[in-house]
Write a protein that binds this ligand. Structure first.
Ligand code: AMP
Length: 150
């Protein structure tokens, strides 16, 4: 089997480095509005350039809905995850996939030289791997077709 070797940087080059951030005192409701507007499942929580945490739809489901709290009163800073796993752009996408599976989260900020330069979601990982496999299949099909024609 062909090993998949795609880096986080290659994925970011294709999808772009846009990330959506809120400050810790943003209400959960506002954060959810931002996520809905951009069709994303997570926002980074920042103070200036400093990455403080991550808040995702799962945090909303578990820390607001199930606890009967109000998203208009609760602040993102009170509910975000702070022990953030980040990756450098040189990381292999298969390594990101393994970490996401093992640690059960679906978002990973990409950090280079102390700066956040993008965010990889599990959707980006799946797409990158499927695109790579599709290219490999196409390559093999062309090779076989070329070989049979001779
Ligand atoms: P997710 O599957 O990404 O919606 O996240 C599941 C849980 O893990 C939530 O509590 C998130 O705040 C947290 N989480 C998401 N991404 C990360 C990350 N890269 N590092 C640490 N925690 C995270």
């Amino acid at each position: 089997m062909t090993a998949i070797t795609i880096t986080v940087k290659q994925v970011l080059d294709r999808k772009g480095g846009t990330t959506y951030s809120v400050s810790p005192d943003t209400s959960v409701y506002e954060a959810l509005e931002l996520m809905a507007r951009h069709e994303i499942g997570a926002v980074l929580v920042t103070e200036g350039e400093r990455l403080l945490g991550i808040f995702t739809e799962r945090d909303y489901a578990r820390k607001i809905v199930l606890k009967g709290l109000s998203s208009r009163n609760a602040k993102v800073g009170e509910l975000m995850s702070t022990n953030i796993h980040t990756v450098p752009p040189t990381e292999q996408i298969t390594a990101v996939m393994n970490t996401m599976t093992k640690r059960r989260f679906r978002h990973v900020p990409v950090v280079e030289g102390g700066k956040t330069i993008g965010l990889i979601s599990i959707g980006d990982v799946v797409k990158a791997i499927m695109d790579e496999q599709e290219a490999t299949i196409q390559h093999l099909a062309n090779y076989i077709a070329g070989d049979l024609a001779t």
